[in-house]
Design a protein around this ligand. Structure first.
Ligand code: SF4
Length: 216
């Protein structure tokens, strides 16, 4: 897959990262269009059809990143949709000159592309991630709606560990940070995730704090 000179963009906005280990930090979000993963509970279904969103040239995106950096953004989050449906090599090369660390949020179903300072992998049971994505992620964030999601989370954590070993480069860290995130407005998911984290110290809770705060 060639790295395109322009990408379909749903929205670009400067807010706070609401989720994961970097929650609470100033971030510029670049939401790329296109997703075929098809999660029932997806809160960005508007992003699914890539052709419904305008393309932005890479220098235009870099200009937006530079502007956000001047306004206080600490990093850029490339999200979607599923951003890795696109080859991100050229995007990352272009944004590297804009001076902010690059974060990626992905389901990990596609080959990795681009160079990122932080990768959040949010795997889906119905479309499992590639071993390469499991090996490369910095945080593994599993959405919890029911008990099966906890078993899936443990399976993903074990596979991430194995993928790093198989890759021959486990690195200085034992594996990604492990996070359980209750599905939005899922009372069962919330109760399960809280109880599980309380009794499993390897895991921590991730909340969609931007939604609780009513910000983007
Ligand atoms: S991978 Fe993300 S964008 Fe795609 S359907 Fe699932 S939650 Fe929505």
């Amino acid at each position: 897959m060639d790295a395109p000179p322009a990408l379909p963009v749903v929205e670009i906005f400067h807010s706070l990262q609401g989720e994961g280990l970097h929650a609470g930090r100033s971030a510029l979000f670049v939401r790329l269009a296109g997703c075929t993963v098809g999660c029932d509970w997806c809160d960005t279904k508007v992003s699914w059809p890539a052709g419904h969103h305008p393309e932005m040239a890479l220098p235009e995106l870099a200009a937006a990143v530079r502007e956000a950096g001047e306004a206080g953004a600490a990093f850029v989050v490339i999200t979607g949709g599923e951003p890795l449906h696109h080859n991100l090599d050229a995007l990352c090369e272009e944004l590297a000159g804009a001076g902010l660390p690059l974060h990626l949020e992905t389901s990990g179903v596609d080959p990795l592309s681009g160079r990122f300072d932080w990768i959040t992998l949010s795997p889906k049971a119905h479309r499992p991630p590639t071993p390469a994505a499991l090996a490369a992620c910095d945080e593994l964030k599993v959405v919890v709606h029911g008990p099966a999601d906890l078993a899936f989370a443990e399976a993903m954590a074990a596979q991430a560990q194995q993928a790093r070993i198989n890759g021959g480069d486990p690195g200085p860290r034992p594996g990604p940070s492990l996070l359980l995130q209750p599905g939005w407005q899922s009372a069962e998911g919330q109760a399960l995730a809280v109880a599980y984290v309380r009794s499993h110290p390897a895991w921590r809770l991730s909340l969609q704090s931007h939604k609780w705060l009513g910000v983007r």
